[in-house]
Design a protein around this ligand. Structure first.
Ligand code: ADP
Ligand code: MG
Length: 695
């Protein structure tokens, strides 16, 4: 199919320049795009009704003959209304068409010839009780031939103005007729047989023109498998082996946890200890490390990162830690400096907003190797950031970065070692596909003494009582977050904005307390200032946007109020509430919301009920899909058109087995069964790379 990428869609019969332009709007440029312009839905037309059985509000298919054709101009707009009365010997119904005068003569001809027609449309009852059929698709039944519409499952392709779904269907059919013979199947027949997949040929035809629901399911299964397989192959191809840490280092892998223990003021949890040993053993082994460190909010991933950095220093390498926000980068840099400083190691911070002088000094220390650890935002990716000997890249809150950014950081690492960290657990299917190259280390425990955050959902009308509760905690010397969906209020929306809430808070609800404002559009200096005041306890209430979503760690802040909570995603709310209850005092999270949909209500309920990050991640994936959650769109991996990562876990497992086989190094130079697959994967990779350059 990849060969059809270079064949312009205009070579399909029936596609002239005008149609090609319309197709481009649907992002269909090549024959391959058209063949992969899969239907967005299917109409089940396997049932043929009699007109007497038509029910208002349903879509139905039926046959009949045309009795009368009536045309008139209707309403104030003077639109052309065509009313075609059809009957099947028992009952009659009217097909109604708006603004399609050219249909009149055609129905008139049917009426004259008495030929039966077949109709699929949406049934309703008129004010006068007549059966009306709207948005009809119809055809004259050719004598003795099978009908093209009834008895089948009709695909409905995504269409655009000027190019109807039925026109698209016709175009896809002619593309299939013309080009299917040129389509080859890269999956070996033996594999197809083993896991009972139909051929690419058959699947492509069936996804566009299924002969029935079973056939459609088979087609989908095959094409989903293929999508997942190529996604896995593309992710695995991005890993290339580099130099490995000398064996001598492996001796000290076990010691890293003990050394870290001597530097931190708390007792490492078993999970942290285990994770450090696992990671350092991997770092000491031959070949690059590719790991995902996952642990729910507050599980103490930063300390594990410190352990890994400590280990790398002993082995003679630098470590880089990349975080998604300046706030978090600065916090990490402070934490690591505190821990590693004890051991005489220098930690520098690099962000976009830092003063030129400070940046120059930091860059020099990174280049000379004086700095053992560089913490920063994506500013670390800039060319001018050169390391003396970078041996490990850590990426915190990695779901905030695209695959490309991860690879760009990894490209600076001489050993190729990469560890990504996340508090949003990655559902199993995603772990197998998008993160197919990563081995997972999980922190399943929490530091002792933590009580789970108590989450409540309150209506907007209950605000006064919520704020009274918050004031009680403030009076005990605690601090609070108030989170708003947007910075400023726009004319159209009444969503709580940080600025407006800030004013209300400082003037009314918390008039006698110190209230601070923090949002992403502030200059770095202002952000740093308010954060350090909040950290030092000089601000009681911090009103902010989601800039505090990730990582921010202030143990004395024990309560969080989230305004218009239904405006946030599930995993996002879970992350947000992870900001409280980080010390030993109980944490509270109050979600304020009058949700307008059932789904939003269900989301809020899930949060109140569970604090299990794994369950929340699965639920979020189910609701929102992976594109939005994991930055799939901008990530430089092939698009998933059919696969549903929340639902296709079984197929993902099968695809992963094949992907592993395909990627296993080939012995000798003997061509094997997987050559076609490898070849196509490489070509696709090149196309994706080219595509992202064009954007
Ligand atoms: P996350 O996994 O969400 O990134 P952090 O690394 O920010 O968590 O740690 C959360 C808080 O827990 C920090 O204040 C940190 O100092 C503290 N912490 C980490 N490990 C332990 C431990 N073993 N015992 C007690 N507190 C710990
Ligand atoms: Mg963290």
């Amino acid at each position: 199919m990849h060969t059809l990428v270079d064949v312009p869609v205009s070579s399909v019969r029936g596609v002239g320049p005008a149609v090609a332009k319309l197709l481009a709007k649907l992002r269909v440029h090549s024959v391959s795009d058209l063949l992969q312009h899969y239907p967005r839905a299917y109409d089940d037309r396997t049932q043929l009704s009699r007109i007497a059985e038509l029910r208002s509000g349903q879509a139905a298919s039926f046959r009949g003959t045309v009795r009368t054709v009536d045309e008139r101009k209707g309403g104030r707009s003077g639109i052309h209304i065509l009313r075609v009365m059809v009957e099947d010997g028992q009952t009659e119904a009217d097909l109604v068409f708006f603004g399609q005068p050219f249909l009149g003569p055609r129905f008139a001809a049917c009426s004259r010839d008495g030929k039966p027609i077949e109709v699929h449309g949406h049934v309703q009852r008129s004010r006068f009780g007549r059966l009306e059929v709207m948005r009809s698709e119809w055809s004259v039944l050719p004598a003795g031939l099978d009908s093209p519409y009834v008895g089948s499952v009709m695909p409905v392709h995504r269409s655009t103005d000027g190019l109807s779904a039925s026109r698209l269907r016709t175009l896809v059919r002619s593309a299939l007729d013309q080009y299917l013979p040129a389509v080859t199947d890269p999956i070996p027949a033996s594999v197809l047989g083993e896991i009972e997949l139909i051929s690419r040929h058959e699947a492509l035809r069936a996804i566009h023109c299924p002969s029935g629901l079973d056939h459609l399911a088979q087609a989908r299964r095959r094409l989903v498998f293929e999508e997942l397989l190529f996604l896995m192959l593309s992710v695995q191809q991005q890993v290339s082996p580099r130099q490995s840490i000398p064996d001598a280092a492996s001796g000290i892998a076990g010691g890293a946890a003990d050394e870290l223990q001597a530097l931190v003021p708390y007792r490492l949890t078993d999970g942290q200890r285990q994770a450090i040993i696992e990671i350092c053993t991997d770092l000491a082994a031959a070949g690059p490390t590719s790991r995902l460190l996952q642990g729910d909010v507050g599980s103490g991933k930063t300390a594990v990162a410190a352990g890994a950095a400590l280990f790398m220093t002993k082995a003679g390498y630098q470590t880089a830690l990349m975080a998604p926000t300046e706030l978090l980068a600065e916090q990490h840099s402070a934490t690591l400096a505190e821990i590693l400083g004890e051991a005489g190691l220098q930690v520098v911070c690099l962000t976009g907003g830092m003063p030129a002088m400070a940046r120059k000094a930091a860059l020099d220390d990174v280049r000379s190797g004086k700095a053992a650890v560089a913490v920063g935002t994506h500013a670390l990716l800039e060319d001018r950031v050169t390391f003396q000997n970078l041996g490990l890249a850590l990426v915190d809150e990695q779901h905030r970065f695209g695959v490309e950014q991860r690879s760009a950081l990894r490209a600076k690492v001489v050993t190729g070692n990469l560890i990504v960290m996340t508090a949003t657990p990655i559902p199993r299917t995603l772990a197998m596909t998008l993160y197919a190259d990563l081995v997972v280390t999980s922190l399943r425990d929490q530091p002792p003494g933590r009580s789970p955050v108590r989450t409540h959902w309150k209506r907007a009308a209950q605000r006064p009582e919520v704020y009274a509760g918050v004031r009680k905690l403030l009076d005990k010397g605690r601090q609070a977050f108030v989170v708003c969906p947007v910075i400023e209020q726009s004319d159209q929306s009444v969503t709580a904005s940080a600025k407006q809430v800030f004013e209300a808070m400082s003037e009314h609800h918390f008039g006698s307390y110190r209230v601070g404002l923090l949002h992403g559009a502030q200059p770095s200096e202002a952000k740093r200032d308010v954060m350090s005041k909040f950290r030092a306890g000089d601000v009681d209430v911090l009103v902010s946007t989601t800039v505090i979503e990730v990582g921010v760690d202030i143990p004395n802040a024990v309560v969080m109020v989230v305004e218009d909570a239904d405006r946030f995603g599930l995993a996002q709310l879970h992350q947000l509430r992870g900001r409280v209850g980080r010390g030993v005092a109980a944490g509270y999270c109050v979600l304020i919301s009058d949700p307008s949909t059932v789904e939003a209500e269900a989301r809020l309920r899930t949060l109140v009920e569970t604090s299990d990050g794994y369950r929340i991640a699965e639920e979020d994936l189910r609701i929102r899909g992976p594109g939005e959650l994991y930055g799939l769109r901008q990530s430089g991996v092939p698009e998933l058109r059919l696969a549903d990562l929340a639902a296709d876990g079984g197929l993902a497992t099968l695809a992963r087995q094949l992907a592993d086989d395909v990627m296993r190094p080939v012995k000798g130079s003997q061509p094997d069964d997987y050559q076609a697959l490898r070849h196509e994967a490489a070509l696709r990779q090149a196309q994706v790379a080219k595509g992202s350059m064009d954007d």
